[in-house]
Design a protein around this ligand. Structure first.
Ligand SMILES: Cc1ncc(COP(=O)(O)O)c(C=O)c1O
Length: 342
């Protein structure tokens, strides 16, 4: 097969050597009856790592966010989201379709919501308005380029939420990237939120799966919501076993992805393309392709065996992951420089 450098997303990752070996010995059972010991082990491990009472395995980040919103927001209530949140743009309108909640979009700076602005936008339930039920934050923030939510900001949002009796859900699809980038345990980040979704796929490289964590009561409600959206599973230990392996083996190495993204950003900037280095905090970078269109830029790199995604007109995104090596980064840097000379 032709060798390609795939920078479209960290979702393209294949299982690393060793990950699928654990499937051979995974103890399985029917999770519907709470009979799958491997699922239970993953859920307990995830809850402990995040300092929450309980956890629930779901099939995807989208399902985790949907079940979490469904469990905490009732129809007609408002859910505050950052303007470019994944939950708004890329989850097929799930919270409107299946929960009947109204996303209320607030522009952030680099994906980070201003707590005072959020407080001004919280609605009180009355005859005219269902009230605000939930605030969603995204860590890391995908559309902003993999940016991290500063801890002080999460703490301030927590105080706002508590003043108004509102819950906070974190779409932490890349929570461990945020933790590694800040050099703090993930539990410290999610201390400020009621519920969190993190993905086992993406940088942790599992073929599928995500986990939601929160209070025991929340998880039991979310279990029912998961069932409602078709996410109840049987011998789900085949998803959980690689998940446990990933939590043991794939978190610390995310620092390599961050280093590679930073180096790539520097090379792209040196080649004269626009990169906002403030946003390169984890494993992503967004590149302004001018004087080329994003399509031309992409086609030129595709021709050199490099895959990437267009995010908006004139901007492409490059994402590093375990299958991208420092040598790949230098190769992509050379390819980008060659574009500049054309
Ligand atoms: C920030 C964020 N949240 C949620 C998701 C959804 O995850 P999944 O693709 O597993 O449904 C993604 C996927 O890319 C994401 O980037």
């Amino acid at each position: 097969m032709e060798r390609r450098i795939d920078l479209r997303s960290d979702t393209v990752t294949l299982p690393p050597p060793g990950m699928l070996d654990v499937l051979r010995d995974a103890e399985l059972g029917d999770d519907y009856y709470h009979d799958d010991p491997t699922v239970k082990r993953l859920e307990q491990k995830a809850a402990e790592m995040l300092g929450k009472q309980a956890a629930l395995l779901v099939l995807s980040g989208t399902m985790g966010n949907l079940a979490s919103v469904m469990a905490q927001a009732s129809p007609g209530t408002e859910v505050i989201v950052e303007q470019d949140a994944h939950t708004f743009h890329s989850e097929a309108g799930g919270m409107a379709r299946f929960v009947g909640a109204m996303p209320k979009r607030i522009p952030g700076v680099l994906g980070v919501l201003d707590p005072d602005t959020v407080e001004r936008q919280i609605s009180t339930k009355d005859v005219l308005n269902g009230g605000t039920s939930l605030i969603c934050v995204e860590d890391t923030h995908n559309a902003a380029g993999g940016t991290v939510q500063p801890l002080e900001n999460l703490e301030a949002l927590r105080r706002v939420a508590d003043r108004h009796g509102v819950k906070i859900h974190m779409d932490g699809a890349r929570l461990f990237n945020a933790a590694v980038a800040q050099g703090i345990p993930a539990s410290e980040i999610v201390r400020c939120v009621d519920s969190v979704t993190f993905c086992l796929s993406k940088g942790l490289a599992c073929p599928l799966g995500a986990v939601i964590c929160g209070s025991r009561e929340f998880i039991e409600t979310a279990r029912c919501c998961r069932q409602a959206v078709g996410g109840g599973m049987r011998q789900a230990g085949i998803i959980a076993a690689p998940g446990i392996w990933a939590l043991d083996n794939m978190i610390e190495r995310l620092a390599d992805d961050h280093r590679n993204a930073r180096r790539l950003a520097e090379l792209v900037a040196e080649a004269g393309f626009g990169v906002d280095l403030r946003t390169v905090q984890t494993n992503m970078l967004k590149v302004e392709t001018s004087p080329y269109t994003a399509e031309e830029f992409k086609a030129a790199l595709n021709a050199q065996g490099i895959d990437l995604n267009i995010v908006v007109p004139g901007v492409v995104r490059l994402v590093t992951h375990w299958q991208i090596t420092p040598e790949h980064v230098e190769e992509v840097g050379r390819a980008v420089r060659s574009l500049r000379r054309q």
